[in-house]
Ligand binder design. Structure first.
Ligand SMILES: [Zn+2]
Length: 340
C-alpha cells in the first residue's frame, strides 16, 4: 500500500512542471477577493488580498503590495493579479489621491507582476531586475509542455538593473533602496528597503505559510535563498519590519529557525542521496515531519503534491545537481550573524 506521501514519477514531474502554473492562482474567484490596507509606518502601507479565496495562497490572496504615499506621488511594490487592479487602485486612492508614479517588482510571479501592464498603461514606470524582464519575455513551458502565453509587452519593466549596487529612489521624504538578490526564489529577485520607515519588503525567498518555494524554472536556487537570508540578516536591525510577499510580518530573529529548517532538511536529503535513495524514496520518507506542526499550510496542496513535497523535491534536485553549498559551510557563513 502506498503511504499518503508517496508520489509517482509522473506526479513528481507534475510537482516540478506545474510550479509556475501554481503561482498563477488556478481556480481563484477574483470577485470574492477584497484588498485590505495595513499601515506599517507614517507613509508606508501594505495591501493584502482576503483569505480563503485563492487556492494557491489560502492565507491572503495573491502577493502583497507595498504603497509609499506622499506629496511626490505613490511608489508601489508589486502589482498583484491583473484581475485585481481596479480593487488595488481603489485601495490606494483611500490612502492618497496622489498619482501612482513608480513600481518595483520583487520577482516575476504572476501574483506579483500580473497587474504590471494595467499600471503601466496608467503611466506608472516599472523598475525590476534585467533577469525579471527576461523571465517575463521567455516564460517556462506550461505543465503540458505547451509554451506559456506571451505577456502583454506593457508588463515589461522599463528601468532595469543587474546584481550591482542598489538603485535608490528619493521621494516622499523616504529613501527607497531596490536591492538585488542573488538567484533565490527566482533568478530576478529584489528586496525593497524603506530606510526611514525601517521596513524591508523581502519578496518570496522567505515565507511562513507553506514550505519554501524555489522556482528553479525561473532561475531560483536554494543556495541563493540561503544567501538572501544571510543578506537580510545583515541589512536588518533588530526592530526592522521584514514584510514577505505572503504570510505575516517578521523580524530578523525569525529568519534563524527558518534557515535552520532549510539546513536540516538539506542535510537529511543529502544523507539519503548518499545512501542511493531515489527522489520518490526521499519524498516518501517525509523528512519535513519534525517541522510540519510549525509550518502553517505546509501540507496543503502545491502543484501535484503538498508544499512540503515541492520543497523537498527541489532540495533533492539541487543537491543532485551539485549546486548547493554544504551545510557546514553555510553554518560557518552564518555564525557571526547569529551572535547579535
Ligand atoms: Zn513568488
Amino acid at each position: 500500500m502506498k503511504s499518503p506521501t508517496y508520489l509517482s514519477i509522473t506526479a513528481l514531474a507534475g510537482v516540478l512542471l506545474s510550479a509556475t502554473a501554481w503561482a498563477q492562482g488556478p481556480g481563484t474567484d477574483f470577485s470574492k477577493i477584497d484588498i485590505a490596507a495595513e499601515k506599517i509606518a507614517t507613509n508606508l502601507y501594505m495591501l493584502s488580498g482576503s483569505a480563503g479565496s485563492d487556492p494557491a495562497h489560502q492565507d491572503a490572496a495573491g502577493g502583497r503590495i507595498g504603497v509609499l504615499a506622499g506629496p511626490d506621488g505613490i511608489f508601489m511594490v508589486d502589482a498583484q493579479y491583473a484581475q485585481l487592479t481596479d480593487k488595488v487602485v481603489a485601495a490606494i486612492k483611500q490612502i492618497s489621491p496622489a498619482p501612482i508614479r513608480f513600481m518595483a517588482n520583487t520577482h516575476v510571479h504572476i501574483d506579483h507582476t500580473g497587474g504590471n501592464a494595467n499600471f503601466a498603461k496608467m503611466g506608472v514606470t516599472i523598475f525590476a531586475r534585467e533577469e525579471l524582464r527576461e523571465e517575463l519575455l521567455h516564460p517556462p513551458a506550461l505543465a503540458n509542455g505547451n509554451p506559456a502565453p506571451a505577456r502583454d509587452p506593457a508588463s515589461l519593466p522599463v528601468v532595469t538593473y543587474g546584481l550591482g549596487v542598489p538603485v535608490k529612489i528619493h521621494m516622499d521624504g523616504e529613501v527607497v533602496d531596490l536591492i538585488p538578490v542573488r538567484a533565490a526564489h527566482t533568478g530576478g529577485d529584489t528586496m525593497i528597503r524603506f530606510e526611514n520607515a525601517n521596513a524591508i519588503m523581502i519578496g518570496d525567498f522567505y515565507r511562513n505559510y507553506g514550505y519554501p518555494y524555489i522556482d528553479t524554472n525561473n532561475g531560483g536556487s536554494l543556495k541563493g535563498a540561503l544567501e538572501a537570508l544571510a543578506a537580510t540578516m545583515e541589512l536588518a536591525g533588530p526592530d526592522t519590519k521584514l514584510i514577505p510577499g505572503h504570510g505575516t510580518i517578521i523580524h530578523r530573529t525569525d529568519l534563524i529557525p527558518y534557515r535552520d529548517m532549510i539546513l536540516a532538511v538539506q542535510a537529511s536529503v543529502q544523507q539519503m542521496i548518499a545512501q542511493g535513495k531515489t527522489q520518490q524514496e526521499v519524498l516518501a520518507a517525509h523528512v519535513t515531519a519534525p517541522y510540519d506542526a510549525k509550518v502553517p499550510g505546509g501540507l496543503l496542496p502545491a502543484g501535484a503534491g503538498t508544499s512540503a513535497d515541492r520543497f523537498v523535491g527541489m532540495v533533492y534536485s539541487e543537491l543532485k545537481s551539485g549546486k548547493q553549498i554544504g551545510a557546514r559551510a553555510t553554518l560557518l557563513f552564518f555564525l557571526p550573524l547569529c551572535a547579535d
